[in-house]
Design a protein around this ligand. Structure first.
Ligand code: GLN
Length: 273
């Protein structure tokens, strides 16, 4: 395949006007900067209710942020029909994405914000989410988890300066219960999917579902680089190796978090990606 330089990626940003409550726009900024620092052009395509479904064919990398229950309901009224079909086909074909909290809840079979108020999801991830009893406390606080999704870990192993421990911040009432889908990781500190089974998130094809805000990607730049690299490989159908970036600052920030959370045994070799 002839490749026209500079390389270019289109990021499809799901309903930013409705699903940006928890700062996940930071994931977009991280992907943009870590691409541009490498000479990769980024086009951002906000996908809103008025966006024509046909535009979704142009997406090379998906992101979806967190939202309150009511906004999730509004999103699901729009994310139907052709839009849902194109998103589903794209993820099934291996287009990468990172979906945080309220976004992946809508990509499972359903999300139940309160007993009897079920929001039907797209069923792209084999899991269900429910707030449970109205008195169930929110799952809020710093989260640390060991990445365990086999192919993601294998890819990260082959990348420079990667790490297998992710740090984030969670704030959700919904609890997610996995069916036949791989967890993204195993909880080291925090609640994760439901505070019961030790799983956090899910991983399917090249799509990451996670409860970790933070935002996730600036705190874990190796995940940002994995998304960029995977999107380029999928789009250009060729091997891509990203040049390492100086991540001294984020290494120090991660060390500070591990110390603050009493997890110094997780201190890693300096990241050099
Ligand atoms: N409204 C959903 C919940 O409370 C998602 C919250 C979020 O996106 N942080 O679980």
């Amino acid at each position: 395949m002839a490749i026209n330089y500079p390389l270019e990626l289109t990021i499809g940003w799901l309903y930013p006007s409705l699903m940006s409550t928890y700062g996940d726009r930071g994931n977009l900024i991280c992907l943009q900067k870590r691409s541009e620092w490498r000479g990769i052009n980024i086009k951002v395509m906000p996908i809103e209710q008025q966006t024509a479904a046909s535009k979704l064919h142009n997406v090379d990398l998906w992101i979806g942020g967190g939202a309150q229950d009511r906004q999730q309901e509004i999103v699901m009224r729009d994310l139907q029909g052709k839009k849902a079909e194109i998103l589903g086909e794209s993820l099934e074909a291996g287009t990468p994405g990172v979906f945080t909290c309220g976004a992946p809840q809508l990509l499972g079979h359903y999300y139940e914000p309160a007993p009897g108020q079920r929001i039907k999801g797209l069923g792209l991830f084999d899991f269900v989410s429910s707030h449970g009893s109205v008195n169930a406390p929110r799952c809020t606080g710093n989260i640390v988890f060991q990445l365990t999704a086999s192919r993601l870990v294998q890819d990260l192993d082959a990348m420079p300066g990667n790490n297998q421990v992710a740090i984030g911040f969670e704030n959700h009432g919904g609890r997610t219960y996995l069916g036949k889908v791989e967890p993204l990781g195993r909880v080291v500190k925090g609640y994760g999917n439901n505070g019961e089974d030790g799983t956090e998130g899910a991983f399917y094809r090249n799509a990451i579902a996670t409860y970790a805000h933070g935002p996730l990607l600036p705190k874990n730049p190796f995940l940002s680089d994995w998304l960029i690299q995977t999107a380029l490989i999928q789009k250009y159908q060729t091997i891509v190796t990203l040049k390492p970036l100086d991540d001294t600052l984020v290494t120090e920030a991660r060390k500070a978090m591990f110390k603050r959370l009493g997890l110094t045994h997780l201190l890693e070799e300096p990241l050099n990606c």
